[in-house]
Structures are given as structure tokens and as C-alpha cells.
Design a protein around this ligand. Structure first.
Ligand code: FAD
Length: 303
């Protein structure tokens, strides 16, 4: 219930103004976001690299409504890839296709993703396409396939809460695609998505086995210790060494677990968001864990 309300509010302007205008809102968001500027993101990458983590940097932004804004996001990603290469940092980039214009025109998102992938190929880097709400699943997969096929410098996120994901995974594996498996962060109806955590987790475990068995390098992206342990057990039982997959976790969430996995010899990539459009990302993180919201409210009233 609370999750639904928070996800509903994540698209609304009024709460956005209140939370983004509150010093406490910004302080809370800082737990999950590297900062508002490129330099903030790069500073965090440098620190995480020094600790042994790899990174994927996300310039926050989504649901862009104007072509100029989509073009600006595309240019920002090209500059980001150039800068990562110039600074010798070990970081991929993650992006959302609605940030590149998918909600305006599919061709626009295609052209922008293509430019970013060309730049990534030049630097031998990698682009991860995040998966958004189900209104964009089909179009995201279509654009991804069209752009990625010639050079394979991109991978895509797949959500275990969607019934369709097993089929999507099987199709993507035929093309050798690298997948990031997530549970899914949006509000989806019961005719297309599992509603109970137990079912989402079961689907996640099944998809993990399909991915690990494929021989392709994938990312298991979760903070769920039970699923992480199940992944490790499956890998061990099938002689799949830790170099053949990686775990991914979000910046600011379960840092103890992130470090623990590194100590166990696992590959760990941290998803680091930065930028000014942090509100929807922040709300999704609150929705995942109501305790975060209660902390925010308690301190709001105290301020
Ligand atoms: C690297 C990465 C990339 C992602 N990319 C996408 C994407 O492209 N599309 C998409 O829909 N979703 C994406 N997600 C989000 C994902 O779908 C889930 O919403 C999110 O990871 C929470 O689910 P969980 O797997 O951690 O399991 P859960 O069962 O939700 O959580 C397991 C445990 O992790 C901790 N935890 C989880 N979330 C939080 C939080 N916000 N604050 C504090 N503790 C928390 C808690 O201890 C919790 O008990 C991504 C997640 C990761 C890690």
C-alpha cells in the first residue's frame, strides 16, 4: 500500500517541489545519490575504484518531454564517457531511454543511444540500458536490439516481476546479450506482473539460473542476501567461477554487504547516480524500504 503511494507520488510535481526544496529531503537523498554535478559522480567512482569496486554511473533523468532536453542528455553521456576514459576510471554508464527521448519519438532515442554506444565503443566501455515502467518495455527492447546488434557494447536490465521476462531473457540470450537482472522498481498491475514478494523472488531465482547457465557475462543486481547466497551456491555447484558474472548493488544501500562480497572474492559493481533530477529515483528507493520514509518524516517534523 505504502509502496504504491510512494510510487504514485514519484511522478507528481507538488511533492517533488516540497521534497526537493527541503534541506532534509536533500540530505536524505544524498544517502543514495553521489551529488548533483559530474565532479561529484567522478569523485565517488574514484573512491569506490580505490576500494576495489567497479562502478556504473547514471546521470539522473527520465520521462524527458522535449527533444532539446533529450539531445542535452545524449551529449552529457558522450562527455561522461570521454571523461571516464581521460581520467582512467573503471566505470560503465547506465541510462534510461526516456531520458534520450523515447516518450517523444522512438527514432530519437535510437539515434541518441547509437551516438552513446559509438562513443563507448571508441573507449572500449559499456552502456547499460535500465528498464523502466511497462509502458516502455517493448519499445526499450526494440531500440536496444536495433542499436546493439552491430557492436555489442550495451546490455539491458530485465525485471523478474514481469511475467514476460523468461521469454525476453531467452530471446536476448540468443543474441549473446549481457543482462542485468533486477526485481523491478515500478508499480505494475497483476495482469502483467507478480505482486507478491515470494513470487518475484522465485522468478528472480529461476532467471538467475538461466543467466548463469548461458555462459554469457551477466549482472545479478540485488541486495537480497538470500538470492545472493543462492546465486553463489548455484555457481559453485556448476563450476562457474566468480569471474564469469558480477553482483551489482545501489550506491548507499547495504554497504556492509557490498564490502563483504568483495572480501569473499566476488566482483561487485556499484550503481552510482548523480545529477539534479534525483526526485523519482529517490522516491523509488523510499518505496523499497518504508523505514527510509519514516526516518524522513520523523526528522521533517523535528526540523
Ligand atoms: C544495480 C541495480 C540496478 C537497478 N536497475 C533497475 C532497473 O533498470 N529497472 C528497475 O526497475 N529496477 C532497477 N533496480 C531496482 C530493483 O528493481 C529493486 O527495486 C531494488 O534493487 C530493491 O530490490 P532488492 O533486489 O534489493 O530486494 P528487496 O527484497 O527489495 O530488498 C532486499 C534487502 O535489501 C535492502 N534494501 C533494498 N532496497 C533498499 C532501500 N531502498 N533502502 C535500504 N535498504 C534497501 C533491505 O535490507 C532489504 O531487506 C536496480 C537495482 C540495482 C541493485
Amino acid at each position: 500500500m505504502l509502496r504504491s503511494i510512494l510510487l504514485y507520488l514519484s511522478n507528481k510535481e507538488a511533492p517533488k517541489k516540497i521534497i526537493m526544496g527541503q534541506p532534509l529531503g536533500r540530505r536524505m537523498a544524498a544517502r543514495f545519490i553521489a551529488g548533483e554535478e559530474l565532479e561529484d559522480g567522478l569523485r565517488v567512482v574514484r573512491r569506490l575504484n580505490a576500494e576495489g569496486f567497479t562502478v556504473t554511473l547514471d546521470l539522473l533523468g527520465e520521462s524527458v518531454q522535449g527533444a532539446a532536453e533529450a539531445e542535452a542528455a545524449c551529449q552529457a553521456y558522450v562527455r561522461l564517457l570521454d571523461r571516464l576514459a581521460a581520467d582512467g576510471l573503471n566505470s560503465h554508464v547506465s541510462l534510461k531511454l526516456t531520458q534520450l527521448g523515447l516518450a517523444i519519438e522512438e527514432g530519437l532515442a535510437c539515434r541518441h543511444l547509437n551516438m552513446i554506444c559509438e562513443c563507448a565503443a571508441k573507449h572500449q566501455n559499456f552502456v547499460r540500458v535500465d528498464m523502466e515502467g511497462s509502458a516502455f518495455t517493448e519499445a526499450t527492447l526494440r531500440v536496444f536490439r536495433k542499436v546493439n546488434a552491430p557492436r555489442q557494447v550495451a546490455g539491458i536490465a530485465i525485471q523478474s516481476y514481469l511475467y514476460r521476462s523468461q521469454k525476453d531473457v531467452e530471446e536476448l540470450l540468443k543474441g549473446g546479450t549481457r543482462i542485468r537482472l533486477v526485481k523491478g522498481a515500478y508499480q505494475e498491475p497483476p495482469d502483467i506482473a507478480y505482486q507478491r514478494k515470494r513470487d518475484v523472488d522465485r522468478s528472480y531465482a529461476r532467471l538467475t539460473e538461466t543467466l548463469l547457465g548461458s555462459g554469457i557475462y551477466h549482472a545479478i543486481a540485488t541486495h537480497d542476501e538470500r538470492l545472493i547466497t543462492a546465486t553463489q551456491n548455484y555457481a559453485r555447484a556448476h563450476n562457474i567461477s566468480p569471474e564469469r558474472y558480477e553482483f551489482q548493488l545501489l550506491y548507499g544501500i547495504r554497504r556492509d554487504l557490498q564490502r563483504g562480497l568483495l572480501r569473499q572474492g566476488e566482483r561487485v559493481r556499484v550503481y552510482v547516480p548523480y545529477g539534479r533530477h534525483w526526485y523519482p529515483y529517490f522516491m523509488r528507493r523510499l518505496a523499497e524500504r518504508p523505514a527510509n520514509l519514516f526516518f524522513l518524516l520523523r526528522n521533517l517534523f523535528r526540523d
